[in-house]
Design a protein. Structure first.
Length: 393
């Protein structure tokens, strides 16, 4: 009869596959290794609950990397053999499952396999080692800026620390009465608050356990950040973090970006002026901004020798990854050694900084208590230029 197609016996008997045919033990393995979270890169949503209503249900879906049939998304001649193969399955939320299957060209098999492997490896790293290895004591340091104390987002600093995680109680230091126009005595009072809080907690420990690692998140003026770094020191391993204002996702603002060739920085060390037998040395750190002579002429007179560490294009946003911080620390420490060698241990070093938060902390952290000369931090004021405000060591 014209207009009708007769279905042969093979087509009639061809079963239709659905995710329910995946064996229960394979589904359980997938849930466990994905930690019950969507494996789509950047999603990570828990699929055991509705984040809107907070109701607990199974919202996870078993998705196929190579489609379950040849004519399905990313289907191939391997489809039948890989239908229930664990390596070909991903745990996804409903939205992400629809996303990859509606646009298979955008989400090819190689990409999805990599996402699955990275997600499951991340879970394994966090759960495969003794608890103590990943514990870190969080240091949160903030001072009043204008009329308020800034807050450091809890989710953002936890994300930045991964795969480490904070112990139950960290060290929180706030200076609500900070006045950057105060005299040296006032700045010293602020510094003693920092020193007292750090020393007390290091001596007492957290829950009577010695602190083994610091994760430092801070917002404040550079002299106090340098002093904070000095108090933390280098005897306890520490990770320093940097706030990135140009990150749109507020939960990632404190996370270091992936190291890459395009993010390498060449630090330039310039001996600007040498005065023989000088015991006063200015070190200009021009990384976040340029520091021309007009900004320090009021403070640096003819008796000073002057050195500078800078980069080709100083910017508040240049610091993106840990390697940049590490290289800067190396150049700074090398310059301090050079200054002491040339000018002697009795010289006085004055730091004129325009640097990101983490570099300011690192400048204090690398100081050697019995080796380095006296070091003072200066603060810049629009009308008067730089002024010495705090002795660091």
């Amino acid at each position: 009869m014209i207009g009708f197609k007769t279905m042969n016996s093979k087509e009639k008997s061809k079963p239709k596959f659905n995710s329910g045919n995946v064996p229960q033990h394979t589904r359980l393995k997938l849930w466990v290794k994905a930690a019950g979270r969507c494996e789509f890169l950047g999603c990570n949503e828990p699929v055991w609950r509705n984040n809107l209503t907070l109701s607990d249900k199974n919202f996870g879906e078993v998705a196929h990397i190579v489609g379950s049939s040849e004519d399905g998304p990313r289907g191939s001649e391997e489809s039948v053999d890989l239908r229930i193969d664990y390596s070909n399955l991903m745990l996804l939320c409903q939205r992400c499952h629809k996303e990859i299957d509606d646009d298979p060209d955008r989400y090819p098999t190689e990409l999805l396999r990599r996402w699955k492997q990275e997600h499951e490896k991340r879970i394994e790293i966090q759960t495969n080692y003794p608890e103590e290895i990943h514990k870190s004591t969080v240091v949160l340091f903030t001072v009043k800026i204008k009329d308020r104390i800034p807050r450091i987002n809890h989710e953002a600093y936890r994300n930045a620390m991964f795969p480490k995680y904070p112990v139950d109680e960290g060290i929180k230091i706030e200076i609500p009465d900070f006045d950057r126009y105060g005299d040296e005595a006032e700045w010293s009072t602020y510094a003693r608050t920092i020193e007292r809080k750090i020393n007390t907690r290091v001596e007492e420990g957290i829950d009577e356990k010695k602190i083994k690692h610091f994760s430092v998140f801070a917002i404040g003026p550079m002299p106090l950040l340098m002093f904070l770094g000095k108090c933390i020191g280098d005897t306890i391993p520490s990770d320093l973090y940097q706030s990135h204002r140009n990150i749109k996702d507020t939960s990632q603002t404190w996370s270091w970006q992936v190291e890459g060739q395009e993010m390498q920085t060449s630090y330039i060390v310039n001996p600007i002026k040498f005065v023989e037998n000088s015991e006063k040395v200015a070190i200009i750190l021009a990384l976040s901004d340029t520091i021309g002579e007009d900004k320090y002429a009021n403070f640096v007179d003819d008796t000073f020798s002057v050195y500078e560490i800078t980069i080709e294009n100083p910017s508040p946003h240049f610091l993106k990854n840990r390697k940049q911080l590490e290289y800067c620390s190396y150049e700074y420490r090398k310059l301090l050694n050079r200054v002491q060698s040339v000018h002697g241990h009795r010289c006085k070093v004055f730091i004129l900084p325009a640097v990101p938060i983490s570099i300011a902390i690192e400048c204090g952290r690398v100081l050697l208590p019995t080796k380095d000369p006296e070091i003072f931090a200066c603060e810049y004021y629009d009308k008067e230029g730089f002024r010495k405000v705090l002795k660091i060591n």
